[in-house]
Structures are given as C-alpha cells and as structure tokens.
Ligand binder design. Structure first.
Ligand SMILES: [Mn+2]
Length: 317
C-alpha cells in the first residue's frame, strides 16, 4: 500500500518537513513490527517558500516532490499533517482516501470513514512527530533532526509564539543534540532573515504567500500573514500597493472579509492592514484597538491560529 503524506497548501517549513519526519517514523515503526507492505511517500502540494528553500539549501536536504491529486490512484492512501480542514488540503483530493491526520490545529473534519487522528496543542506539528519517535524509542537521523529543529524554531517563531509549549522546548533541546547544532539562537535569526527577505517579493506574494481561509458564522474570512524583521519599513514603503492587491485578492478569492497581518518576529508585534470599513468593524471588535490610516496595531499577538483567527471568529459570532 502507498501512503502519500501531505502538509497544507501554500506549504510553510513545518508542512514540508513534517511529511518527511512522519514517513521516517512510520517506516521504522513498520520495520520494528516486521511489516514490509507499506511505502510512505512525503509530498508537497505546491512549491516551497524562500524560508524553506534557505533551510534545505543550507543543510543540503532533499525537498519532497510536488504531487497532485490527479496523480494518485484510487487505491493510494493519504495522510494529512499540519492541517485537517478541507480548504487547506491538496486541491481536488478525494476525502475518502484520507486515512490519518497528525495535526496541531483546530479540528474541523467530516469524513465518511474512520481514521487515525492524532492532534496536540504543541507549537509545531514536528514536535508532535518528535514525541512519537521518543515514545517508541525510534531514532531520528541527523538530517531529519536538523530539518525538524528548523521547522519547530520557525513555527514557534523562535519559541516566542504564544503557541509554544514546554514539549516544544524539550523537542528543540533534543533535536539540536541529534543534529549537532549548538547555536540555535543564531540559526533562528538566519531563518527569520530568510523568511522576511521582502525585497524580491511582490505585493501579491506578501498578501498570498501565507494565507488561510476560514469559515466563520457563514462568512469566508481570508487571513494572510507575513512574518518579518522589517515591519515598519514594509508598511511605510508599500502600504498603498498592498491595499490595492488586497482588494483584488478579496474579489478574486470570493472572500467576504480579508485581513493582512504583518508580524514583527523580533519585537513580537502584529499590525493589521485594514482594507475597508467592513474589516474595520470586525477588527475593532476583535482586538479593541482603533485603526489609523488603514493600520491597526493589535499588540503582542503573533499566532494566526491562537491569537488572531479566534478573536476574529468571536467578533463575527
Ligand atoms: Mn504547523
């Protein structure tokens, strides 16, 4: 049996690494049990972002292949990591092929078949997979440890995100040892810089490189986020272009509301770009601050999943 392991659309580092790590775990687990029938194939839904490219280039790692739904056979099974909701899955994926989910996001699933469902509230899906290795006393090779370490550092914003748990810290210490990496602070800064190198990125990429579409109270809510070390520079030099792009993306995506969160990952702060009075009404209610000149400072909030999306959902309820 072939098992294809996918992260979400618009893959971030966590979503590219988790399929590789889980494939290694499941393969070793099968070997331990004497089971040789299964093949686990890590895959990505779309091309990687600059941050992922930086990490894979730096450590000379192999990026998984892009796999489309049309290239799967009806017999193939699919495992989802780092996501579960339909909107975030590979386009045209037949939900009947999903056999397992390993995730750290809110669960919103409706399937026709029983599945393996493993979720945790950790800061990274790679932390969850690290824990599986540890529980079964299986080995994480140095290459996999390196990419998992980078993914956790990225997903937890260098352990500063509100989503960070003590297990994430344990995982980072352990993986750094396996990877032979002593200076995780320096590595974090390098990853941040790669993530936030905005010069070569168009306004459209700023708005759409990392977005999720949520369904809140019957409304389609697009929340884009850019994590950067140049928040003020980005806003002051490109606000007008970004707002125009946001209007175009809102129209083409059919979203009822569209927000762009510009997150300063060094100073732990997010500013929302506010497109219209519709978004403003919701954001003011959600964050209790006022926008000025289309910018709303929402303070020390960095996690879309934990800090931003739930507040917007509540405001719309
Ligand atoms: Mn993740």
């Amino acid at each position: 049996m072939n098992y294809y392991i996918f992260g979400h659309k618009k893959p971030d580092l966590d979503s590219v690494v988790a399929p590789i790590a889980l494939a290694s775990f499941l393969t070793q687990q099968d070997q331990k049990n004497g089971n040789t029938d299964n093949k686990y194939i890590p895959a990505i839904t779309e091309d990687i972002n600059p941050e992922t490219k930086f990490v894979f280039d730096k450590f000379m790692l192999l990026v998984p292949e892009i796999v489309t739904a049309s290239s799967l056979t009806p017999e193939d099974k699919v495992i989802l990591v780092d996501h579960n909701e339909a909107d975030q899955r590979l386009d045209n994926l037949n939900p009947d092929q999903i056999c397992a989910v390993y995730d750290h996001h809110k669960v919103n699933l409706s399937l026709n078949q029983p599945i393996t469902l493993i979720t945790q509230t950790y800061g990274s899906s790679n932390t969850l997979i690290w824990e599986l290795f540890k529980k079964d006393s299986l080995e994480i090779n140095p290459q996999t440890a390196t990419m998992m370490l980078c993914a956790i550092l990225s997903d937890t914003v260098g352990l500063k995100s509100s989503t960070t748990t003590p297990i994430d810290r344990l995982a980072i210490d352990d993986l750094a040892k396996s990877a032979g990496i002593t200076d995780t602070k320096f590595l974090t800064l390098e990853i941040f810089k790669a993530k936030s190198n905005l010069k070569s990125i168009s306004d459209e990429q700023v708005v759409t490189n990392d977005y999720k579409i949520f369904e809140f109270s019957g409304k389609k809510v697009f929340i884009g986020q850019i994590e950067t070390v140049e928040q003020n520079e980005l806003i002051s030099s490109r606000k007008v272009g970004l707002l125009n792009t946001m209007a175009a993306v809102k129209a083409s995506s059919g979203a009822n509301l569209l927000f762009l969160a510009i997150t300063d990952i060094l100073n732990v702060n997010t500013k929302l770009l506010i497109l219209s009075p519709e978004e403003s009404a919701v954001a003011v209610k959600a964050f209790s601050t006022l926008p000025q000149d289309s910018i709303q400072d929402i303070g020390a909030k960095m996690s879309r999943k934990k800090d931003i999306a739930p507040a917007i959902e509540k405001a719309l309820a």
